[in-house]
Design a protein around this ligand. Sequence first.
Ligand code: DQA
Length: 148
Amino acid sequence: MKILVLNGPNLNLLGTREPEIYGIETLADIEAEMKACADRLGGGISIEFRQTNSEAELITWIGATRGEYDGIIINPAALTHTSLGVCDALKAVADKVPAVEVHLSNTHRREEIRHKSLTAPACVGQIMGFQGFGYSLALRAIVHHLKG
Ligand code: DQA
């Protein structure tokens, strides 16, 4: 089972970026945790982990998943609240490559502009508010979904 983990703008700054909101883990820490979680789950789950600050690149990566990956875990970061393009890309592949949305913070406890996710309707479900640990929860969720 091949899972693509996608991270949007500014998530490369995790560790030093507003740690009271996002935690002190770096993206590399989260990647290592997810890979350990995949090993514990067994069954040959492979994880590819990427980050970009570019909306266009994120859309291109999502669009190229068909036939290459079984599922997507995505933290679109600020693009969550603005990008119909990311939503449309997720919808375009959802029949074969379902996605789980993850957020480090509980966006509903924050500014109103962060309450709406344009991308969540294109996903199977959403996990938020558990900082880096949420990524491993999202992995368990997508594996559960794919195994049906
Ligand atoms: C975020 C929440 C977004 O509102 C914000 O723009 C981010 C990170 C999160 O993981 O909590 O960059 O997606």
